[in-house]
Every structure is written in structure tokens, then in C-alpha cells.
Design a protein around this ligand. Structure first.
Ligand SMILES: [Zn+2]
Ligand SMILES: [Zn+2]
Length: 397
């Protein structure tokens, strides 16, 4: 039987697991209940299962009956600090936690793929590592798992790594989308503290007012984006938080702002890390103030290997048909910690449209929204693609 048909037969079981995870979401690096559900779903399969030391990850290794390389498949398991408002029958039972990014689907699909591939163990030419990771949403769970050895779990490095991500909008339901090269941005956080000298607002010459200097910095960052960076290697800086002062007649001692910096190449990222602190401190100095910039590295650029991205699209069109695969024209400005895996192993990250049929992809609520809905109808095909990617890549040697 074709993998796709086998996955369709598993649809009910995969959906049940997804709903169970969805109803009981957990945030961050410690997801004991989710981990338990994954372990239960994998129980009885011919897998070498291990769990994380510092984080509640699950690594499962399936050794095929024939010699061959190692392939890694990844699914993330964590939820977001959002209170669900979908009204779905399996909605989150926990206020302040919701699977608003669809990671519950990834976990269930990856567990389904482990079942499908386990059934083919004897004929499998190589080894599959199933990477169930916590803490994708800002906790760098993938990096924790790499530090704890997930890439060496099979005793040999993977030749390729793949991950899927559902999207509640943007793509028609069931369409897989990826592209060669950068697919998601690097996301770094900039924290600026401008220090002046407080005083009476009527006598600014006797104080050192941090607010005008900080405002100048916000605008100068936007100018820097347009003057210092190649328009074809784009950069985004958004100051999302700005705090200073207490009332109208007092000059405060300091101003503080936070910004996110997104970039698509190592060169641009390095230029930001070097250029932003210089710009900030020079503007401060021009006004006789001082400023500190903390440039904190977040997730790197998610860069697909060109050959692996083409391989994923070819698998999609061969398994599901021409209209189910799309090569994305542009990267998107979100970020992903699968980027840490792709820094070590060639591979590809692909999106899967999961917009419900009663919504328009262009206007549907996005991932992270309290009313985002991901359609169960995509679970079987997502599971099938995970399994197909492993089978096809192993067969290639
Ligand atoms: Zn997310
Ligand atoms: Zn996500």
C-alpha cells in the first residue's frame, strides 16, 4: 500500500493525539504532559527512545533492516502564552496557554510518521531520527537538543534533516511551500538604555535629557536600514517598546527601548550587530549622554539547502500532485529554531497550508492568534510527507 494511503488509515489516531495535545498545551522547555503523550504514542514501536536531560525532549531512533545513511525528522511540541478563543470542542482547557502555532499538529504527524516507518523497518535502507523538541517559541529548544546530542543519536550524523510547519492562513489547505536558500529570518533583540541626568523640565539646559536623543536613535535606525543595507538582502528593525519619564515637568535620568532586528544573511546579521551599537553610542555622545546597547542573538537565518528544497517539492508533487507543491517566491520574516539544525545538517523546512475550508487564506487569522484554527484534514498528508521524505532520502543513499 502507498504511504499516503497508510497515513490516511491512521488519520483518526493522529487526530486523536493532536486533540489531546491541543487540549492540554504546555509552554517552554518543560512539557512533561506532552512528552508523556508522545512516549505513549511511540510505545511498542521498534524505536530506541530517549528523553532530554535539561529539557523534556523525546528522541527516537529507528534502525532499518538494511544499511544506509541517517535522516532526521523534526516536530516541535510547545504552545504559546495565548488564551484560546476558538470555541473548538478540543480547545485548550488551560487559560493562558494555546497551541496557536500548530505545533500540536507537528507532534502528532511526526508520531504518525514514526508508526508508518516502523512498519517498514525491515526494508528501510538506513536510520531515521525522530526529533520531538520543546521550546521552539523563543526558548531555542532545538539548540538544547543539539547540545544534548540529538544529531549524534544514531551514532552517525544525518545526511539530511526535514521539518514541516503548518500555517492557519497564507496558503491554501494542503499546499506545501518551500524555497531554496533563506526561508525564514534571523531574529535578534536589541535593548538600548540611554543615560542622561534628570532635572526640572523648565530648565533642560541644567539637565541632560535622554528622550530627544533616544527618539533620534529610533529614526536613525530606520535610516541605517535604508542606507547601509542592500535592498536585495533586506533587513527589518522595529522598535516595539519605548519607555521614558514619569510626568510632564520632570526630565528623567534614562530612556529605554527594545527592538527586533530581522535579517536573511550572515553578513547582514553581522553588520547589524556591529553597526547598531556604534550608531547608538555615537548619537548619545553627540548629545553629551551615554548609551548601552545589548545586541542579543536570537535564532539564525533558516537556510534551506537548494537541493534538499527541490527534493521536498519533487516528493510533494510526485506523491500528491502538481498543484500541491509551491515554490515560495520570498522568504517570510518569522524565525525558527530549526535553523540551528540546518546550520549543522543540510535539509529543508517546508510550510503546509492548514487553513479551514470556511476561511480565506488571505484573511484568515494568522498563527499565534487566539482564534487561529488549523484543519485536521491536513494531518494524514503531513504524516505521509514526513515518511516519504525519510524513505526517499534514505533510498538515495
Ligand atoms: Zn510560532
Ligand atoms: Zn511555530
Amino acid at each position: 500500500m502507498a504511504v499516503r494511503d497508510e497515513a490516511a488509515k491512521l488519520a483518526e489516531e493522529i487526530t486523536e493525539l493532536r486533540h489531546a495535545i491541543h487540549a492540554e498545551p504546555e509552554i517552554g522547555l518543560d512539557l512533561p504532559k506532552t512528552q508523556r503523550k508522545v512516549l505513549d504514542a511511540l510505545a511498542g514501536l521498534p524505536l530506541e527512545v530517549s528523553t532530554g536531560q535539561a529539557v523534556s525532549s523525546v528522541t527516537a531512533v529507528l534502525r532499518g533492516g538494511r544499511p544506509g545513511p541517517v535522516v532526521l525528522l523534526r516536530g516541535d511540541m510547545d504552545a504559546l502564552p495565548v488564551t484560546e478563543e476558538t470555541g473548538l470542542p478540543y480547545a485548550s482547557a488551560i487559560p493562558g496557554a494555546m497551541h496557536a502555532c500548530g505545533h500540536d499538529l507537528h507532534t502528532a504527524m511526526l508520531a504518525g510518521a514514526a508508526r508508518l516507518l516502523s512498519a517498514r523497518q525491515a526494508e528501510l535502507p538506513g536510520t531515521v531520527i525522530f526529533m520531538f523538541q520543546p521550546g521552539e517559541e523563543g526558548y531555542a529548544g532545538a539548540r538544547h537538543m543539539i547540545n544534548e546530542g540529538v544529531l549524534d543519536a544514531a551514532g552517525q550524523r544525518p545526511v539530511a534533516a526535514y521539518a514541516l510547519h503548518v500555517t492557519s492562513n497564507r496558503l491554501p489547505r494542503g499546499v506545501f511551500s518551500t524555497r531554496p536558500g533563506p526561508l525564514l529570518a534571523a531574529a535578534d533583540q536589541i535593548t538600548v538604555t540611554v543615560r542622561g541626568r534628570g532635572g526640572h523640565a523648565s530648565m533642560p539646559h541644567l539637565a541632560a535629557d535622554p528622550i530627544p536623543a533616544a527618539c533620534e536613535m529610533v529614526l536613525a535606525l530606520q535610516t541605517m536600514v535604508t542606507r547601509k543595507f542592500d535592498v536585495f538582502d533586506p533587513v527589518v528593525i522595529t522598535v516595539g517598546s519605548f519607555h521614558a519619564g514619569t510626568t510632564d515637568n520632570v526630565i528623567g535620568d534614562q530612556a529605554r527601548f527594545l527592538a527586533t532586528a530581522r535579517s536573511y544573511s550572515a553578513a547582514s546579521r553581522a553588520a547589524l550587530a556591529e553597526g547598531v551599537p556604534r550608531l547608538i553610542s555615537d548619537i548619545a555622545a553627540a548629545h553629551g549622554l551615554t548609551a548601552e546597547t545589548d545586541y542579543a542573538d536570537g535564532y539564525p537565518v533558516t537556510v534551506n539547502d537548494a537541493a534538499e528544497a527541490a527534493f521536498v517539492l519533487q516528493a510533494v508533487t510526485e506523491v500528491f500532485g502538481q498543484d500541491r507543491g509551491e515554490q515560495a517566491r520570498f522568504p517570510i520574516t518569522g524565525a525558527e529554531d530549526f535553523s540551528f539544525v540546518l546550520e549543522e545538517v543540510p535539509g529543508a523546512f517546508a510550510f503546509l497550508g492548514a487553513c479551514p475550508p470556511d476561511r480565506e487564506p488571505a484573511t484568515a487569522p494568522t498563527n499565534h492568534s487566539a482564534i487561529a484554527v488549523f484543519d485536521d484534514a491536513v494531518l494524514a498528508d503531513g504524516t505521509a510527507l514526513y515518511a516519504e521524505l525519510a524513505l526517499r532520502r534514505l533510498a538515495r543513499g
